[in-house]
Design a protein around this ligand. Structure first.
Ligand SMILES: [Zn+2]
Ligand SMILES: [Zn+2]
Length: 397
């Protein structure tokens, strides 16, 4: 039951098992949020939330999210963005990078302007910035990205000068001509750079890392893998990422993109501190099977638990919010619940440069919490100290 205290942004979440990546903090039994931030004390009669029998986690952080409910974030309509991000918020995602598939220069600029308007107006509190997935992608690895919208690193660098202030992450193919200058420019201004939809060799990746590239988009999707052109085997971007020391990387654990063995390999190679769960959720999320939708410039159709291109030759993003992928990751790999939640909170927050304000329950962090049942189903969501959803009757046991 939720009852109101003196301030609407003060809550105390009691009696649950608090999931905390810091082992020093694992003994804490409650999370206190005072005036919107995690705190050690609150003098304002915080509203209690009973989390008996439940897990209490930092709110989930999705750094690769394209849409929901028939809307794709390449639509510059602020109302559409609000619907998309609110649908994901109800599903436990309290921080999102609005991720745009490759579109034309005018559409990209319009979407960046929408993000700036929403962030300036504080109308969409889960929006933490924009992740441009493209348009500097390798044509042969483009997947569902429209080839008509791919363009050169040089042209894209011109488009991003001056840097749009809401831009937080760019996924690009580091082997393309001009990519070095683009990576250096973005990194120097604090934008995280990710390799994806790319045929990079390990040498290309090493060079990009020296320039500051720090992340790898969806492992096994749109990237070069092992080849044997003559006698000797040559690793691709995939193997170089799995063998890396410092890079973070994404997996789409929706139960359709990657079988259990591949999720297990990714987790063993990178560990929960470097492997991020992402939804890659499209406009098909939340729509019934059979519904057609658009993602960027491509068309997809919803099936039972996944989306495919109209010709059914490939998957077309996912229809699964991040919390559901966390549950699938645990079912499929047997990973510890603490590790699965780290992969959906602290690790993506670090990859996007948002930690510890996001993805943690350290004092001073934003008061974003998700209360989960033992099966990782979402029972309650708190955003900036405000309950968004009430816990289900019965508290979860
Ligand atoms: Zn992609
Ligand atoms: Zn994507």
């Amino acid at each position: 039951m939720i009852s109101r205290g003196n301030f609407t942004d003060c809550v105390v979440i009691r009696s649950g098992t608090v999931i905390h990546p810091d082992p020093e903090q694992t003994r804490i039994r409650q999370v206190l949020i005072c005036r919107g931030s995690v705190s050690n004390d609150c003098p304002h009669e915080p509203a209690p939330i009973d989390a008996s029998g439940c897990l209490v986690s930092p709110g989930l952080v999705d750094i690769h999210l394209h849409g929901a409910l028939g809307h794709d974030l390449t639509e510059p309509d602020p109302a559409a963005w609000n619907q998309v991000l609110h649908a994901h918020l109800l599903a436990g995602t309290t921080t999102a990078l609005a991720t745009l598939a490759s579109t034309g220069p005018a559409e990209t600029a319009a979407a960046l302007a929408t993000a700036a308007e929403l962030i300036a107006g504080r109308q969409t509190p889960t929006l933490a910035g924009v992740h441009l997935e493209g348009p500097c992608l390798a044509p042969e690895q483009r997947g569902a990205h429209d080839p008509a919208h791919l363009r050169s690193a040089t042209q894209f660098l011109r488009e991003l000068t001056p840097l749009p202030e809401t831009l937080r992450m760019v996924t690009l193919a580091p082997e393309l001509p001009g990519a070095d200058e683009l990576i250096s420019y973005l990194v120097a201004q604090g934008v995280r750079v990710s390799a994806g939809h790319s045929s990079a060799t390990p040498e290309h990746l090493a060079r990009a890392r020296r320039l500051g590239l720090s992340h790898i988009a969806h492992l096994w999707s749109g990237q070069s893998t092992l080849t044997r052109p003559q006698l000797h085997r040559l690793p691709g971007l995939l193997e170089a990422a799995l063998a890396s020391d410092e890079l973070t990387a994404e997996v789409i654990a929706d139960g359709h993109h990657l079988p259990a063995a591949l999720l297990t390999i990714a987790l063993r190679c990178l560990g929960p501190e470097r492997l991020c769960l992402v939804s890659d959720a499209t406009a098909g999320t939340g729509l019934p099977p059979g519904t057609a939708f658009r993602t960027g410039a491509s068309a997809g159709r919803v099936h039972a638990g996944y989306a495919a291109t109209e010709d059914r030759t490939s998957l077309c993003g996912s229809v699964t919010p991040l919390a559901v992928t966390a549950a699938r990751m645990r079912e499929m790999t047997g990973a510890r619940v603490e590790d699965v939640l780290t992969m959906a909170t602290a690790t993506p927050a670090r990859a996007a440069g948002l930690y510890p304000r996001k993805g943690s329950l350290l004092p001073g962090a934003d008061g974003d919490v998700v209360v989960l049942g033992p099966d990782l189903s979402v029972r309650a969501v708190v955003l900036g100290g405000r309950p968004i959803t009430a816990p289900l009757a019965g508290g979860g046991r």
